[in-house]
Design a protein around this ligand. Structure first.
Ligand SMILES: [Zn+2]
Ligand SMILES: [Zn+2]
Length: 128
């Protein structure tokens, strides 16, 4: 049980550097809850709000919506999470009304496999 919506809590969207920034916009969380209701399995929030220093370290754009609490990166939990996410994103990319991007699985320079995830925000409509 979340403290913003049925499944989401404010702390899930707090800045991962530990600075305590957690001013996620509830309009974004409400939209994610709608997605959660459709997929029926837990959404794992990888990133929500970011302070300027953490955004820089994460390689975020300097005007990233993460800085404003208007964006989240997330994936789906569970064994089939990655393939379900890919299917889900082929629909969301048409229907999400802000910024949306699907990041496929990739192998990082250190050999670690980064699972697929997507970025969504409630800024203006953008695809890249
Ligand atoms: Zn921070
Ligand atoms: Zn993002």
């Amino acid at each position: 049980m979340g403290d913003i919506t049925e499944n989401f809590s404010r702390k899930e969207f707090s800045c991962r550097c530990g600075c305590g920034k957690q001013d996620i916009d509830e309009r974004l969380v409400n939209r994610l809850q709608l997605v959660r209701d459709i997929v029926g399995i837990p959404i794992k929030v990888n990133s929500g709000c970011r302070c300027i220093s953490h955004n820089t370290k994460s390689g975020g754009a300097s005007e990233s919506y993460h800085l404003l609490g208007l964006a989240s990166d997330w994936c789906l939990e569970g064994e089939d999470g990655d393939s379900l996410l890919e299917k889900l994103c082929t629909k969301l990319i048409n229907n999400w009304s802000g910024g949306f991007h699907f990041y496929p699985e990739k192998t990082l320079p250190n050999g670690i496999i980064q699972h697929p995830f997507c970025h969504c925000d409630i800024g203006r409509r953008r695809r890249w």
